[in-house]
Design a protein around this ligand. Structure first.
Ligand code: BDR
Ligand code: CA
Length: 323
């Protein structure tokens, strides 16, 4: 299956850096199932839960979908300068509550995430797109540790931030809030950036009927995903009063394959690292008042029907593979 209707475009080589997390799980599934993405590696970071738990969850997800060969490495356990803040209220104690997952995949890279990214990038004949779906700690550290590889990065398509929304404080989105110093490094890097933030991802939603349909499915993957998303939708209802499961991170992966699934504007985005009330805010210059050159293509809307269809295609593809 493909994300993009353009059947001639070659597969986009990507590395996902994630903190699974329910929507990170769907992001991994999308990248694994899509023929127009070439998933070269997965790295994990602390965010939704501790570094130990997000890494374990990634190993369990890879077992579930039979992804035995994709390199997987564990990265930073804490943000660059701040203590870790996790999202237990949203993703549960394990970081992936709601269903029993298979035993974790045994095979993992001995490298630190940052070094695995460097290996994959330097050994690739084509530039690689990074798709971070958690706090940007590993990515910032990679940019600092391996500056000579920066021009081997095609682009960064990240889930994080927002122009007009927030979720963890009245000002900030979770991934940017957890490690704003890392986000600041990434947004100042000069790399081609696509910011897939809450303005678009809050609409990239499976509703309660969609989730019930998954849970009732005969497909092994769909059924487990349904149970996990039922938990996730429950916490969203409890914390935000939102009915359904917004698959933030899966949208970032979809954008890496098919940028036209979202509507974007080129904007200058600065990261607030100091404000008493606003730390972690992605300060987007919507009216060009700063005169600064745009540093990000910012997703403002999403083709919701296309995204929902894509999600069901992903799950049914994985049901077929994992039968
Ligand atoms: C982001 O925060 C996390 O809880 C999700 O996995 C997603 O990456 C949404 O703000
Ligand atoms: Ca995430």
């Amino acid at each position: 299956m493909r994300v993009s209707p353009d059947t001639t475009s070659p597969a986009v080589p990507i590395i996902i850096d994630c903190d699974p997390g329910h929507d990170d799980m769907v992001a991994i599934m999308t990248a694994f199932a899509a023929d127009d993405l070439d998933l070269r590696g997965i790295t994990t970071v602390a965010g939704n839960q501790t570094g130990e738990k997000t890494f374990l969850n990634a190993r369990r997800i890879l077992s579930l979908i039979g992804a035995h060969d994709i390199p997987l490495a564990r990265g930073c356990d804490v943000p660059l300068v701040r203590p870790l803040r996790v999202a237990e209220d949203i993703h549960g104690d394990s970081g992936l509550d709601g269903a029993d997952l298979p035993a974790p995949r045994e095979r993992v890279s001995p490298l630190h995430a940052v070094d695995l990214i460097a290996d994959l990038v330097s050994s690739s004949t084509e530039p690689i797109t990074l798709v971070p779906t958690g706090p940007l700690t590993n990515i910032a550290l990679f940019l600092r540790r391996y500056p000579e590889l920066i021009d081997r990065i095609a682009s960064v398509v990240l889930m994080g931030g927002a122009v007009a929304e927030s979720n963890v404080t009245p000002a900030a989105e979770f991934n940017i809030y957890v490690d704003p110093e890392a986000a600041d490094i990434v947004f100042r890097s000069g790399l081609s950036l696509t910011m897939v933030g809450l303005d678009a991802t809050n609409k990239a939603m499976l509703d309660p009927d969609d989730i019930a349909r998954l849970t009732a499915s005969d497909g092994q993957v769909s059924c487990i995903v349904g149970k996990l998303l039922a938990f996730f939708a429950g916490t969203y209802e409890h914390v935000f009063g939102i009915a359904g499961a917004p698959l933030h991170d899966a949208l970032a992966v979809a954008v890496a394959a098919a940028p036209d699934i979202v509507t974007t504007r080129d904007l200058h985005v600065a990261i607030e690292t100091k404000g008493d009330h606003t730390v972690g805010r992605t300060v987007a210059d919507v009216y060009g008042v700063t005169g600064q050159t745009p540093n990000a293509s910012v997703a403002l809307d999403v083709d919701v029907d296309r995204f929902r269809t894509l999600m069901f295609d992903v799950f049914s593809q994985l049901d077929t593979i994992c039968r």
